[in-house]
Ligand binder design. Structure first.
Ligand SMILES: [Zn+2]
Length: 396
């Protein structure tokens, strides 16, 4: 099936692609089951056994017993891969009617007969294919993904990407169009599960962002990492109480002086993070700034955190810190009118506005690695153009 044909098939299958596949194998298309039988999907997450996962799905213990005893001669339960899905349906009286799970290259199907459960087993030829998924975001990601004819697993993988500290921040807004290039693992013609999201493209009006996976990171079209090397904001704050300004009337000392930093108001004790990996230059009292930490980072940057209540664990001059490590807690020490963080940034000794700074990024520089990346980009572009939509937005 080519990508296009698959999409048409997929659109028809709408919300129930995986159950549809079970319906096909499980009951045979001719024997359409009663409408009140509904398929449900369970998943054995990392650290869980099939047994505990079934319990969590509130499958009656008698049925769990049948599943376990029916399958134990065929499946090594200790070696079930994390994230393995299973599918089942119960009748209205709460009896298990069918149960299906995939193990190795086989698909196992248990069905409730008159007296006992019957077990069938199929060999499923495995096929991995790169496909595109196209959607328009409305309010809720999981609804959007389902409307695109895909299963919830894909929502999860996409959410994991969106939650990374990416620069630019990729935050979906209603009306945004996005396309994904995702690996799909098929058994025969049917989707078994998703692999990696190899690329995603977001369009908002004329603007666009493209991200391509390489190794364990996402890069833009020219091979610049989207991973944020420097955070712009080192805490969860309530509001900015004072911006970066070259001239400001000082709230306590009076007179006009520059405010070379940003004041973030936040409750006392809120953790403050290092904006990037670095070395602690200062961790101590600095006159009007109260308890202060200064960190030195790569590329000539220094970051400055003042009015803290306390330092984070093991923060001392000369020590090293990692990005997003807790280095201190919000306070109001020194010349301060209330709990807030005065956060400053400098590059080669010059004060900078953290919210406006164009921070450097990691770039793929090694020649053969760059070549591999560009090849992949080419492949992604051809998959996307086979999808039929011509690019409108400007892609970096
Ligand atoms: Zn300040």
């Amino acid at each position: 099936m080519n990508i296009r044909a698959w999409q048409i098939a997929n659109t028809k299958a709408a919300f129930c692609l995986i159950p549809a596949f079970l319906f096909f194998f499980g009951t045979g298309a001719a024997r359409a089951g009663p409408a009140e039988y509904t398929w449900d999907i369970g998943r054995i997450v990392s650290g869980q056994s099939l047994y505990t996962s079934l319990l969590e799905k509130q499958i009656p213990s008698r049925a769990i017993h049948h599943i376990i005893t029916g399958l134990k001669a065929h499946i090594d339960f200790g070696r079930i891969q994390p994230n393995t899905a299973y599918h089942f349906r119960m009748d209205p009286s709460g009896e298990l009617r069918e149960f299906t799970i995939e193990s190795g290259h086989d698909l196992f199907h248990l069905s409730m007969g008159q007296e006992r459960y019957g077990l069938s087993r199929w060999k499923v030829p495995r096929r991995i294919q790169m496909d595109t998924v196209r959607a328009r975001f409305e309010k809720n990601l999981s609804e959007t993904i389902r409307r695109a004819g895909e299963a919830d697993d894909l929502t999860q993988s996409l959410e994991e990407i969106l939650l990374q500290d990416l620069d630019p921040v990729i935050e979906l807004q209603p009306g945004d169009h996005f396309r994904l290039v995702v690996e799909k693992i098929y058994g025969g013609d049917w989707l078994l599960r998703y692999g990696e999201i190899e690329a995603f493209e977001l369009r908002r009006g004329e603007a666009g962002v493209m991200a391509i996976r390489h190794g364990d990171q996402y890069y833009d079209g020219v091979g610049r990492s989207l991973k944020r090397k420097f955070l712009r904001v080192p805490l969860h704050y309530q509001f900015v109480s004072s911006k970066f300004m070259q001239e400001r009337k000082h709230p306590i000392l009076g007179g006009v002086r520059p405010h070379q930093g940003i004041d973030f108001a936040a409750p006392l004790g809120t953790p403050v993070w290092a904006i990037a990996d670095g070395v602690v230059i200062t961790a101590g009292w600095m006159n009007g700034f109260g308890l202060t930490i200064i960190l030195r980072h790569a590329h000539g940057y220094e970051s400055f955190y003042a009015h803290l209540n306390d330092f984070g664990p093991e923060i001392r001059p000369g020590g090293t810190v990692l990005q997003k490590q807790v280095i201190g807690y919000i306070g109001t020490t020194g010349l301060s009118t209330g709990p807030h963080l005065h956060f400053g940034l400098s590059c080669h000794g010059e004060h900078r506005d953290p919210l406006k700074e164009a921070f450097p990024r990691d770039t793929i520089t090694q020649e053969d690695e760059l070549r591999a990346f560009l090849l992949k980009k080419q492949m992604i572009s051809s998959i996307l153009s086979a999808d039929g939509q011509t690019g409108r937005g400007r892609m970096p």
